[in-house]
Each structure stands twice: as structure tokens, then as C-alpha cells.
Design a protein around this ligand. Structure first.
Ligand code: 13P
Ligand code: SF4
Length: 349
């Protein structure tokens, strides 16, 4: 639907009034009505870097989800304030690994006598305290674009990896990119932890988390789209289940997906398995190519969609009036250790 012209005008005016004091970041999964006001768009890692690269901007308005705004706060200086236009914009995957559960898991690894050999690696899609946990225990962070390098690094530091919180990104990277077998992977269910023996045998311990949006794609979705669209190229995000990724032609982060479509020849046909706002936008960006959604059902990320134009206008107009609403702050100790983990990622070859 077209954006409300009155709200568009109010957002434009507020942005103009704030000038260089404001920097608006937009994740690729955001609605069009919001993305039109982003000074930069990107995947979660690029956006965090972009926030840090703008020390002059007093206000970073983050159009994305909570863990991304936290990462931006960790990577920016004290003089910058990070604002999330709707505090209810969380990430169900990040919520699947709580700090207490991960601490308990570590104790279980200690009791099994393996904790000394385990390096924790967390996906960017996790809360700041989980990143800090990885920092304290010699581990790192990864994104969907550098997961292989992060795992290679981790296996140089220790014998086993605890991968948080997305079992699919962990399994897809370990098995399809690093030559580990499915038997090397053990799923860690915090409600029913594995035995000490299973933990000793595993090479990679995958936290039982997943993305509910990408989890909707199935192997049947791929078979079905190939039947419906002969010659189609199937391109999916690595948060999809292993059997979906196995059947796809290409797999990569949101930035990779956009790059792949940009480079594709005119007339080529693509079925894309990721969030629907992005897939629809790809169709508009590349009208000379045929871009379809991998599944027949509608698949938005409901929490990404919570950031809408009314919330953005409210956040911006509040700033014009001198009021900072919905600021995201991470405490000093968590910031320190999360930054240790993030810096290790930045130093990856
Ligand atoms: P990217 O880092 O690939 O943008 O993915 C973020 C995300 O939330 C995917 O579901
Ligand atoms: Fe989280 Fe999935 Fe939404 Fe990404 S798409 S923010 S992983 S729930």
C-alpha cells in the first residue's frame, strides 16, 4: 500500500530539521514506507558498522530489530544515542537463547568435562548479554556472511564449538561449507540437555533456536517452485532448514541475495527464500528479471514490520522537540565483553 502522504511529509520535515545530527539505518527487511527514509540500508552487520562510522550523528534511529540496535549501541561512542522506533520489535530467534539458559548450558559442559575445549560462537541475531558471554569465554560473533570464517577460527582455538542461537545457520555452515558430517552436529535443547557422553562425542553443539520466518520454507516449497517455474534459480538465506538449503542453487545473507540478483542476466528467473518485504523490493529493483517468493504463503517478519511509518514519525518528531524516546542502552560491563567478541569477529582474516 502507498504510504500516507501526510506522514511522509511529517517524516521528511523532521529529518530536514534534524539534519546531520540524525542518521537513519534501515535493515533490508523493513517496510518500503520506512526504508524510503533510511540514509543507509544493509544487513545487520553492515548497519552496526555504519552506525560506528558516523561519530558526528547524535541520534541513530535504527529501523530494524532490538539486537541490531543493541549492537549499534555497543559499537558507537557515549555521545551517540540509539533509538528503536518500537520497543516491541524483537527477534524471536534471539529470544530463544536467554543468558540464564546459556550459563546453565556452560555448567553442563563443565560437568561433562568438555567446557575447556569448547569455543562459543554466537550469530549476530542474539542479545548483547549472549555476545558478552562469548567474549568472556574466548569466543566470537558471526553474521550470515562470515559464519564459515568464524567457525574456522573457533576450531583453531578449541576442539568443539557451541553455536548460538540458530541451529540452521550453524548446521548449514558446518556441513555444507566445512565438510563436517551431520553426526558431528548435536542439537542442544535447553529444556532437555544432552548427556555427557553425547556432548563428548559432538564436534559442534547447535543451540536449538531457529527463525520462524525462514522456518516456513520446506523442501516441498523448492520442488513445487521448480515445477511451477521451469528453469528457476532458487536462492535462499542460510537460516533456512538444512534440507531446503540442500535443494537450493545458491545460499547467502541478505546482502549476498541482493548482489546475486543485481549480477543476474536479464530475463533470468529467481525464487527467493527470505523475508517478503525484501523479496518484493527485489522485484521492483530488477524489473528485467523475474523474481518470485519461494513459498505460496505470505511470510513477513512480524517484529521487523512493527517499525512502521507512524512509529518512525513519532520517534523523529520527538527528537525535533528535544525528547529522546525508546533509547537502547547496553550497560558498561556487557558492552565491554560484547565488544571483545565483536572485535574478534572484525579481526577475522
Ligand atoms: P542478515 O544479517 O543476512 O541481514 O540477516 C538478518 C536477519 O535477521 C535474517 O533473518
Ligand atoms: Fe529474527 Fe527471523 Fe525476523 Fe530475522 S527474520 S529478525 S531472524 S525473526
Amino acid at each position: 500500500a502507498a504510504s500516507d502522504p501526510g506522514l511522509v511529509e511529517r517524516a521528511r520535515k523532521a529529518k530536514e530539521a534534524l539534519g546531520d545530527r540524525l542518521f537513519v539505518l534501515g535493515h533490508h527487511y523493513q517496510r518500503d514506507e520506512v526504508i524510503q527514509f533510511a540514509d543507509v540500508t544493509g544487513d545487520s552487520f553492515k548497519l552496526a558498522q555504519q552506525a560506528a562510522a558516523r561519530p558526528g550523528a547524535e541520534y541513530i534511529v535504527f529501523c530494524g530489530v532490538h539486537f541490531m540496535a543493541e549492537s549499534a549501541d555497543i559499537l558507537t561512542g557515549d555521545a551517540q544515542q540509539v533509538i528503536l522506533p518500537d520497543l516491541a520489535a524483537g527477534c524471536s530467534m534471539a529470544d530463544m537463547a536467554t543468558f540464564d539458559q546459556v550459563e546453565e548450558a556452560w555448567e553442563i559442559l563443565e560437568d561433562a568435562g568438555v567446557a575447556d575445549t569448547v569455543v562459543p560462537v554466537t550469530y549476530m541475531n542474539s542479545s548483547a548479554d549472549i555476545k558478552a558471554f562469548c567474549g568472556r569465554h574466548g569466543g566470537t560473533v558471526c553474521t550470515s556472511s562470515n559464519a564459515k570464517r568464524a567457525l574456522e577460527w573457533a576450531f583453531e582455538q578449541g576442539e568443539k564449538v557451541l553455536f548460538l542461537p540458530d541451529q540452521h545457520l550453524g548446521r548449514n555452515t558446518a556441513v555444507l561449507e566445512m565438510g563436517l558430517s551431520l553426526e558431528d552436529c548435536l542439537v542442544y535443547n535447553p529444556h532437555r540437555p544432552p548427556s555427557a557422553e553425547e556432548l563428548r562425542r559432538a564436534k559442534i553443539i547447535l543451540w536449538k533456536g531457529h527463525c520462524s520466518v525462514h522456518g516456513r520454507f520446506t523442501a516441498d516449497s523448492v520442488d513445487d517452485v521448480r515445477r511451477r517455474i521451469p528453469g528457476v534459480n532458487v536462492l535462499v538465506h542460510p537460516e533456512c532448514k538444512h534440507e531446503v538449503v540442500l535443494k537450493a542453487d545458491h545460499v547467502g545473507s541478505t546482502e549476498y541475495i541482493i548482489k546475486k540478483l543485481a549480477e543476474a542476466p536479464a530475463g533470468s528467473k529467481w525464487a527467493v527464500g527470505t523475508e517478503l518485504n525484501l523479496v518484493k523490493r527485489l522485484g521492483q529493483m530488477f524489473p528485467d528479471k523475474s523474481v518470485s517468493f519461494l513459498d505460496k504463503t505470505v511470510c513477513y517478519c512480524s517484529t521487523m514490520n512493527r517499525i512502521d511509518l507512524p512509529h518512525l514519525v513519532w520517534a523523529l518528531e520527538s527528537l525535533v522537540l528535544g525528547e529522546v524516546v525508546n533509547q537502547i542502552t547496553v550497560d558498561a560491563d556487557t558492552t565491554h565483553w560484547a565488544k571483545v567478541a565483536l572485535d574478534r569477529m572484525l579481526a577475522l582474516p
